[in-house]
Ligand binder design. Structure first.
Ligand SMILES: NC(=O)C1=CN([C@@H]2O[C@H](COP(=O)(O)OP(=O)(O)OC[C@H]3O[C@@H](n4cnc5c(N)ncnc54)[C@H](OP(=O)(O)O)[C@@H]3O)[C@@H](O)[C@H]2O)C=CC1
Ligand SMILES: Cc1cn([C@H]2C[C@H](O)[C@@H](COP(=O)(O)OP(=O)(O)O[C@H]3O[C@@H](C)C(=O)[C@@H](O)[C@H]3O)O2)c(=O)[nH]c1=O
Length: 313
């Protein structure tokens, strides 16, 4: 007999790095019924159980309507997005469709059944002149990806939905199954292992976030029904160069292949804000959020890589 559940949680973008960590951690909650959704077929590990997967293109009103009607979620974690910052810069119409219009469709569906909407946003809504930022800081993005996320935030905040949470995070790192995008640590590690010399910036400041910690913070928000804006990121404030050096040290790789360059020398199509990073005192105080340090996070990632490697062989 199925136990009655207190939460029916719908996750968008569930095939992504954050989405997979959310599913992994939520299936441990007996009082949650989980519907993972994403573009195309499920890329979640086939050995996992305790959740359902359904294809849902979050730009399709028909697909959203059908799934919301069937599942009647109490809680929607909207992690799906177009996340390649440079692609967003060169294809702004698609970025608007994926990150703004889609969020409005999800918002409208949540309003129709009074569901709790948890929207995942970014430090890139800020200009990076004077980070790190609290939840009260005003957004002024320097790239189109950041603009799209800020527009989505404003649509939610200005709507009639009262049960909304906006979770801002920064430079998420980790490993998941069948990844559609890489992240800094994996890129540094694989580049150095291949003997490549990499150019890494030391003038950008971030508070890098272990994907499991981000999922943990979001799940706490869902469980206690915490509404409003929350900064959920790692506790450190370090530069990509420092992250790269720590990664090389941890994996015993050659640090001399890491060349320190100014951001201006990178051929980024989307400008990166220089000084971001988020102040997480509110999440620590109100959610008992306890993120790992960057060094602890590398250790966790290393164990997962080793486990994944042993499965492959
Ligand atoms: N990664 C980071 O450093 C940060 C991420 N964020 C935010 O966190 C959230 C999760 O990011 P993350 O998991 O890292 O990114 P991913 O790119 O790994 O995940 C995003 C997911 O959204 C899916 N998606 C894209 N378009 C659609 C669509 N039309 N319908 C359904 N699903 C779609 C992607 O599908 P597919 O896998 O098929 O491409 C992907 O699985 C995003 O909202 C992102 O903006 C915020 C700050 C930092
Ligand atoms: C590719 C690359 C990146 N970097 C630096 C710049 C940047 O600060 C950091 C990460 O660069 P990337 O381009 O990989 O990631 P980037 O697109 O900057 O990451 C962003 O992703 C989106 C989704 C977000 O929401 C942001 O919070 C942020 O995490 O590493 C270098 O120094 N050299 C390089 O060659």
């Amino acid at each position: 007999m199925n136990m009655p559940t207190n939460y029916r949680i719908l996750i968008t973008g569930a095939n992504g790095l954050l989405g997979q960590k959310l599913v992994r951690q939520l299936i441990r909650h007996a009082d949650c019924e989980i519907l993972a959704t994403g573009k195309g077929r499920s890329r979640l590990p086939s050995v996992w159980s305790g959740f359902r997967y359904m294809e849902m293109d979050h730009t399709s009103p028909k697909a959203i309507g059908e799934i919301f009607r069937q599942f009647q979620p109490t809680t929607v974690i909207h992690a799906g997005a177009m996340t390649q910052v440079d692609d967003c810069e060169v294809n702004q119409a698609e970025c608007y469709k994926q990150n703004v219009e889609a969020t409005s469709l999800i918002l409208k569906a949540c309003q129709s059944i009074d569901a709790h909407l948890i929207f995942v946003s970014t430090d890139f809504i800020f200009g990076g002149e004077d980070g790190p930022y609290t939840e009260e800081a005003t957004g002024n993005p320097v790239n189109y990806y950041g603009s799209s996320k800020l527009l989505a935030e404003k649509a939610i905040m200005n709507s009639s939905l009262s049960k909304w949470s906006i979770v801002r995070t920064v430079l998420v790192y980790g490993i998941s199954h069948d990844m559609s995008r890489s992240n800094l640590i994996l890129w540094v590690k694989s580049s150095l292992e291949a003997g490549k010399t990499i150019q890494v910036v030391d003038d950008q400041f971030r508070s890098p976030t272990l994907a499991e910690d981000l999922a943990d913070g979001i799940i706490k928000i869902a469980m206690v029904k915490a509404y409003g804006i929350f900064n959920v990121s790692g506790p450190d404030r370090i530069t990509p160069y420092q992250m790269a050096v720590l990664t090389a040290k941890y994996f015993g790789l050659d640090q001399s292949c890491i060349v320190n360059v100014p951001s201006s020398s990178l051929e980024h199509k989307g400008k990166r804000p220089l000084k971001t990073g988020l102040i997480i005192d509110k999440a620590i105080r109100e959610l008992d959020f306890r993120p790992k340090s960057f060094t602890e996070g590398i250790g966790i990632l290393a164990k997962q890589l080793k486990l994944a490697h042993s499965y492959k062989n």
